[in-house]
Design a protein around this ligand. Sequence first.
Ligand SMILES: O=P(O)(O)OC[C@H]1O[C@@H](O)[C@H](O)[C@@H](O)[C@@H]1O
Length: 251
Amino acid sequence: MLGLPESITVALFDLDGVLTDTASVHLTAWTEAFNDFLAHTVDDDGNQPAPFTTDDYLAHVDGRPREDGINAFLAARHVTVDRDAVAALGEDKNNRFLAILDRDGVTAYPDAVAYLHAARDAGLGIAVVTSSRNGAPVLDAAGLTEFVQVRVDGNVIADRGLAGKPAPDSFLLGAELMGVGPGAAVVFEDAVSGVAAGSAGDFAAVVGIDRTTSATQPSAHAKALAGAGATAVVTSFDQLRDEDSSEGDPQ
Ligand SMILES: O=P(O)(O)OC[C@H]1O[C@@H](O)[C@H](O)[C@@H](O)[C@@H]1O
């Protein structure tokens, strides 16, 4: 029913881009904020840096805590700024993110909601592990809070001084708070940094969710997720459940 090894009793879900259609909102907010910022900045050689692109988002920002994403992208553009500038850029992006949320609301992916129902019905423990400090309001706006027994979000990560994804620490904390070790838990992730975190944590399974395409041909992102250590890559949770009905696996 869930397409998972039977040893798994806990599911750790990333949020943005896995359960909710908010990776696109982060991408839009980051693109606007970075490009406004870059327009008034020069790199370490005094040149105008190239604009922020979707590829930059996937490589440097996706899945990481806010400040880590800023630092990784600016380092890639050889732009050096002080901590106040990083904080101001992060705040600008967050204001843009919240304004889009306020205007458009949050959509939960139907396949993810169906999978949450199936996981809960099967008795699996459910946790959300997100780098976002907006994890609680996004879950609320999507109507998903009722499913979540444990939430590790960007605020928890900062309060506890944990290393962000691609370090495994936030997922390991999620498993610990659910009372299991990584050998009894599955990680669901759409970001390369998140899959790398699950892989580094030795979780029983790390499922990459590639929502960049609905085609059967593996996308570049699907290949990147596999390369980062995903034990399986699917374009929808439905594929996990379909696999089971064709194989007759009990869980
Ligand atoms: O700025 P926030 O809401 O704390 O989010 C931090 C990061 O959270 C991750 O979940 C997203 O994949 C990133 O795009 C985002 O930058």
